[in-house]
Design a protein around this ligand. Sequence first.
Ligand SMILES: [Zn+2]
Length: 101
Amino acid sequence: MQDIKYHPLIDCDSDGTEKVPMFFCTDEKTIRQEHKMYLEEIIPEYYRLRSVKGMSASDAEKLIIHCPCCGKAMTAIVKARDNHNLGLYNCPECNSKKGAK
Ligand SMILES: [Zn+2]
């Protein structure tokens, strides 16, 4: 079984709506101690946005989450489940490249 990857997110603009992932790690506990938000990658290239402290779904929808592979903005394909488990994201760019192979 593959390890779940966790990508911590950091702000890349002053109002905090744009988030870029840092190098992933497989230890969720460490990430939760040091970061407010992160992406959980259970299925490769599908990223569940997670908030440690909780965030409303409408606030989460305003966020722009960048792809850990190519850095482009991703699209939310599934809506938030609750305030901690937010949207599920997939990168259109990486997806289209995969289809071309
Ligand atoms: Zn991508």
